[in-house]
Design a protein around this ligand. Structure first.
Ligand code: SF4
Ligand code: SF4
Length: 155
């Protein structure tokens, strides 16, 4: 219990995380293909823009355009060996791949690939958040409870 509380404190207060990452990589390679690339506040959707950015960001040089949909261009990484199911530059892979999946990508609207071995669990359960709010109600915020409803019915 004590260790769990320390872990929670480190994740929440020091690392500023909202989720615990659970599980492990099953080496399916799904996250190395069908990749969208976010740049600034938008998803890259034109090959001209991608070409102009490719020289500035080393990771982009590994990507090739596989298609396009309503979200943007769809890329795959040339470093994934589909036969052996390994990253050919595993020891030298970019930071974004080392950290993947990081909850940051979800704040940008991404989601885990189907069948990914990882999952995310909120550090604070909804019941804990609700209990904290009830202890310190937000200004200008009314929390309706069964009790309040009962009072209103009686008047
Ligand atoms: S999708 Fe998940 S399980 Fe598959 S390679 Fe990527 S991180 Fe690993
Ligand atoms: S560099 Fe390796 S881990 Fe990163 S996307 Fe490419 S194949 Fe996947």
């Amino acid at each position: 219990m004590f260790i769990a509380e320390i872990k929670k404190f480190i994740y929440k207060r020091i690392l500023r995380k909202k989720y615990f990452r659970k599980g492990s990589c099953k080496r399916c390679g799904a996250c190395c293909s069908r990749i969208y690339v976010s740049h600034g506040k938008h998803t890259i959707d034109s090959e001209e823009e991608f070409e102009s950015l490719r020289d500035k960001y080393p990771f982009y040089s590994y990507l090739s355009v596989e298609g396009k949909d309503d979200i943007g261009l769809i890329f795959s990484c040339c470093n994934f060996d589909a036969d052996k199911h390994i990253c050919k530059i595993h020891k030298m892979r970019p930071g974004i791949c080392r950290r993947y999946p990081d909850e940051f990508v979800f704040s940008m609207g991404a989601c885990l690939s189907d069948g990914c071995g990882y999952s995310f669990e909120p550090i604070e359960k909804f019941s804990e958040i609700l209990a904290n709010i009830e202890k310190k109600p937000l200004k200008n915020c009314v929390i309706f409870t069964d009790e309040l409803d009962t009072d209103e019915e009686e008047t």
